[in-house]
Design a binder for this molecule. Structure first.
Ligand code: EPU
Length: 324
């Protein structure tokens, strides 16, 4: 199904007004091949998953590819084959409920598995790429179907090879490997251990603790528009650190500093431009709280934050949210 000059506001979790030259819905590989061979459709092609990490700053001049239909999840022992348009949190719930470990720390991250594999979405000490064995990709340049492994993906903090080559590949499905429930829980991050209390750390109990912590800090994606963390946590050299700055030693001469702390120190909690504002419980998140923000409001607030943090700390924040 092709829609031209489509209103795509409701296809992103930020819900700022946006349009695209074309949106195409496809459900199987034959349809994807036909769509991407159609010379009449505007280029470039861009896969739209859950739209949970995107900001459209102008009309998108190409064609958005949206996959429709049920997403399949199949398990063979510890190996799970999952369609890329599966909601990541639905997968986390199913894996934890079946008694497998690994995905529970990723609970509550909005968006699809495919989107999470592109940007290596992470939370509470786990990253989506950690569990990938291989993925099947449709190469829009050659028209071939490739199977690639985790090394090919070049995973790093919130990045991958797919994030560097955003217009080339469509993830079809992924083979993920999780661990049996007897494997140790990953409770090292922040207050996860204390949130769990004296409950046994089953995958489901850890999932519930993660969801509770997320809900206390992050806006509810159903009622408040946002794209989660707007900035990456900067990785800086030792000489950039100030005494009181929280930091995480990366062991390679660099330290990760919480951008939320830097923004907080600049007094920007609750700051706003037009309808865009800094979320008070977690200043790393820019929200469209009343639904009246435009992309220009968000970008103006982004610039204001970057300038304030640079002036105070000489650290330049980079956005984590993809701008189009
Ligand atoms: N902080 C403040 N003031 C605040 C809130 C936080 O100073 O009001 C500081 C504190 O020092 C706190 C630190 O920020 O210890 C870190 O906060 P938090 O544990 O919430 O994590 P984060 O670094 O802000 C990252 C991810 C989140 C993920 C959480 C939990 C990035 C860019 N963000 O946030 O991911 O949920 O850790 O693992 O790495 C996302 O990517 O959309 C996202 C929400």
């Amino acid at each position: 199904m092709i829609e031209y000059d489509a209103d795509i506001t409701s296809l992103t979790t930020f819900r700022v007004p946006a349009t695209a030259a074309a949106v195409v819905r496809w459900s199987n590989l034959d349809e994807l091949r036909a769509v991407t061979a159609d010379e009449s459709l505007p280029r470039p092609f861009k896969v739209l998953g859950g739209g949970s990490n995107l900001l459209f700053t102008a009309k998108f001049s190409g064609t958005l590819l949206v996959r429709s239909g049920a997403a399949s999840i199949q398990r063979n022992e510890s190996d799970w084959t999952i369609d890329a348009h599966c909601e990541l949190d639905a997968l986390c719930e199913q894996v934890a409920a079946a008694g497998w470990r690994g995905a529970e720390n990723l609970s509550g991250i909005p968006g699809t598995l495919g989107g999470a594999l592109v940007q290596n979405a992470g939370a509470y000490g786990a990253e989506t790429g950690d569990f990938l064995v291989s993925a099947r990709l449709y190469d829009l340049q050659s028209g071939e179907l490739l199977t690639v492994d985790r090394q090919w993906m070049r995973y790093a903090y919130r990045s991958s090879r797919l994030k560097e080559e955003p217009e080339r590949y469509v993830i079809i499905d992924a083979l993920m490997r999780f661990l049996p429930a007897e494997a140790p829980a990953n409770l090292a991050y922040g207050h996860l251990h204390s949130e769990l209390g004296d409950r046994e750390a089953t995958p489901m109990a850890v999932r519930e603790a993660v969801l509770k912590m997320r809900n206390s800090k992050l806006p509810d994606p159903m009622s408040v528009g946002s794209a989660g963390s707007f900035f990456r946590n900067p990785e800086v050299e030792a000489e950039m650190l100030q005494a009181e700055m929280p930091r995480y030693d990366l062991g390679n001469g660099f330290f990760k500093v919480p951008a939320a702390w830097l923004i907080d120190q600049c007094g920007l909690k609750g700051a706003s431009v037009g309808g865009a504002s800094v979320w008070v419980n977690q200043p790393l998140v820019i929200v469209n709280a009343a639904g009246s923000a435009t992309a220009a409001d968000v970008v103006a607030l982004e610039q204001k934050i970057i300038s304030a943090v640079e002036a105070k700390f000489s650290i330049i924040l980079t956005p984590e949210v993809e701008h189009l």
